[in-house]
Design a protein around this ligand. Structure first.
Ligand code: PEP
Ligand code: MG
Length: 581
């Protein structure tokens, strides 16, 4: 009997093959039998021996040719060397009289749970790295954990099914044999998903428990773009997906050929396509992939994993370097989007019942305005005339933008703009070099979309964050894999909010961008242009295909499509409208 499973798209592409289920060793559920503790000093020495051995393993893995794999294992090494983890195990051994094995198991489990319960996709992904380290430590202490033999037996053309996968498990598998990854749990920001995207392996996550009960060897198709797994597909389905797969490969090759050319619609409208960048490595790739610059620089990484915020000088050096990397393009720096779901160690976050509805984004920045002031000051310095050379001495001709996340009221816009104006005025009064920066707001809370006509005259641009807009409009936690599929930005409810924002932007004559993940799906591009978006910022690898999709668009047709989509009942109907017939 053919079966269809829906999950969250984690890496695009189509894979056609046979199922192979890998039974993950579940850290939380499969407790090793703990032996009675020896003298604390002996237990401590055993733990130190395990740490040293795991460190050696990670050093070898950091040498991996694939820079992403190397980076993940380097980050795992940093976690392993973090005194918090080591001290917690030490305390469990010396203060609670636990053996090394039990202490390690407890501390790893507690740390992973802490990350998972932060309610953020990013940190949930890091919890898997902690479990990964835990498994390595336990293995050094004689516990049989991940079954590497099972992974090595994966036959060619496999769609690998698992509850979740650590980076160690994935890198032990023969990747060339894997045509798709189907996970019962996990999130699109886990390292396994990042690696799958970089290797071009289609992946779907949050497919649910039932996929773990499928028989090995059954024929299956995975559609990473739409988040679907078809088990025992019909011959018609196999034919359809084989053709689609061939078409996707050809489309990608042709899009890459034209990636450096600007994206004009058929009727001649230029649509700037920017890239979202989450790290310095991504900023470096923006121009080579053909993007017109960075439309969303998530700056959280600059503030996390350190004891205090980066200084103005440090931030200015970073932004200046980035401005040099996107020379001639645009660099949109998002103000620190911390709080609640993205905690920053040195900010004293109060414990919140509902972190997603709490002191986050601009709310936190207004409560701790020094963070906002310093970030803006750093950018003004970079934009100053005659101060715009990067560390290599190259002149920087980049247009700088600054945008505020999680805006929900007009008052927040006024307050933040007031603060930023004060910063510029103070810099001018002190004779500090200071350039002009365009300031915009993210529209990611429904109230902001509803108030967009009142906000538009106060800002230089809008950027719609559909990841959050969908979660808030549909009251659906985007990190909760059991309901995350409901937070579909193609819901007509979200589309209406997008349309309202675009209309408000057009009336005020300001650009309206969209920087949520949905912009990276080429099939959705005609709809987005029809709703009135004037530019898009998309995940880096999606840039060439999105530019190609723009080139296929005719704006009159796009507007008609948007009208039809707005009349649909649900996201499924909208998708049906967009899919090529
Ligand atoms: C969004 O919410 O759509 C967005 C781009 O911001 P983030 O995903 O970083 O919350
Ligand atoms: Mg957001």
């Amino acid at each position: 009997m053919p079966q269809l499973f829906h999950g969250l798209p984690a890496a695009p592409g189509i894979g056609i093959g046979a199922l192979f289920t890998y039974h993950t060793w579940q850290f939380e559920r499969e407790l090793p039998s703990f032996y009675p503790a020896q003298r604390p000093e002996e237990e401590w020495q055993q733990f130190l021996k395990a740490i040293a051995a795991v460190d050696q393993e990670l050093i070898r893995l950091v040498d991996a040719e694939n820079s992403l794999i190397a980076e993940v294992f380097a980050a795992q090494r940093a976690i392993l060397q973090d005194p918090t983890l080591v001290n917690a195990v030490r305390a469990a051994i010396f203060n609670q009289g636990q053996g090394a094995l039990q202490a390690t198991h407890q501390v790893i489990q507690e740390t992973a749970a802490l990350f998972r319960n932060l309610g953020d996709d990013y940190f949930a992904g890091r919890a898997v790295d902690i479990i990964d380290i835990g498994q390595r430590l336990l293995k050094q202490m004689g516990v049989h954990t991940a079954d590497s033999h099972q992974l090595q037996r994966i036959p060619p053309r496999t769609i690998l099914v698992a509850r979740d996968l650590t980076m160690s498990e994935l890198t032990q598998a023969p990747l060339a044999h894997i045509v798709g990854l189907a996970l019962a749990e996990s999130t699109p920001t886990a390292h396994s998903a990042i690696l799958a995207r970089s290797l071009g392996i289609p992946m779907v996550c949050a497919l649910g428990e039932a996929i773990l009960n499928q028989d090995d060897g059954q024929a299956a198709i995975i559609d990473g773009g739409l988040g679907k797994l078809l088990v025992l597909p019909t011959s018609e389905e196999v034919k359809h997906y084989t053709l689609t797969q061939e078409q996707q490969v050809a489309d990608r090759a042709s899009a890459l050929l034209h990636a450096q050319e600007p994206a004009h619609t058929r009727d001649g409208q230029f649509v700037p396509i920017f890239a979202n960048a989450n790290s310095p490595e991504e900023v470096e790739q923006v121009r080579t992939i053909g993007a017109d610059g960075v439309g969303l620089l998530r700056t959280e990484y600059l503030f996390q994993n350190r004891a205090s915020p980066p200084s103005v000088t440090e931030q200015a050096a970073t932004y200046r370097h980035f401005a040099g990397s996107v020379q001639g393009g645009q660099l949109t720096v998002r103000a620190l989007d911390a709080g609640g779901d993205k905690p920053v160690q040195y900010i004293n976050h109060a414990l919140e019942e509902n972190p997603f509805l709490g002191l986050r984004g601009v709310r936190l920045l207004l409560a701790q305005p020094e963070l906002l002031r310093n970030q803006f000051r750093a950018l003004c310095t970079v934009a100053a005339p005659n101060a715009s050379a990067d560390s290599d001495g190259k002149e920087v001709a980049t247009q700088l933008r600054f945008m505020l996340p999680m805006i929900s009221t007009v008052e927040e816009v006024r307050a933040a703009r007031g603060l930023l104006n004060e910063v510029a005025a103070t810099m001018a009064a002190n004779g500090e070099p200071c350039g002009k920066i365009k300031v915009g707001v993210m529209i990611e809370v429904p109230s902001a979309a509803l108030l967009a006509t009142r906000m538009a005259p106060l800002v230089d641009f809008f950027s719609i964050g559909t990841n959050d807009l969908a979660q808030y409009a549909l009251a659906t936690d985007r990190t909760n894999s059991s309901v995350a599929a409901l937070a579909d930005p193609l819901s007509p409810a979200v589309l209406r909010l997008i349309q309202m924002t675009c209309a408000a932007g057009a009336a005020a004559g300001i650009p309206v961008s969209l920087c949520g993940e949905i912009g990276g799906d080429p099939v959705v591009v005609p709809l987005l242009l029809g709703l009135g978006l004037t530019e898009l910022s998309v995940p880096l690898p999606a840039v060439p295909l999105v530019k190609e999709a723009v080139r296929q668009c005719d704006l009159a047709h796009c507007h008609r499509l948007a009208e039809e989509a707005l009349c649909c009942e649900d996201a499924l109907a909208v998708r049906a409208l967009l899919e090529p017939q």
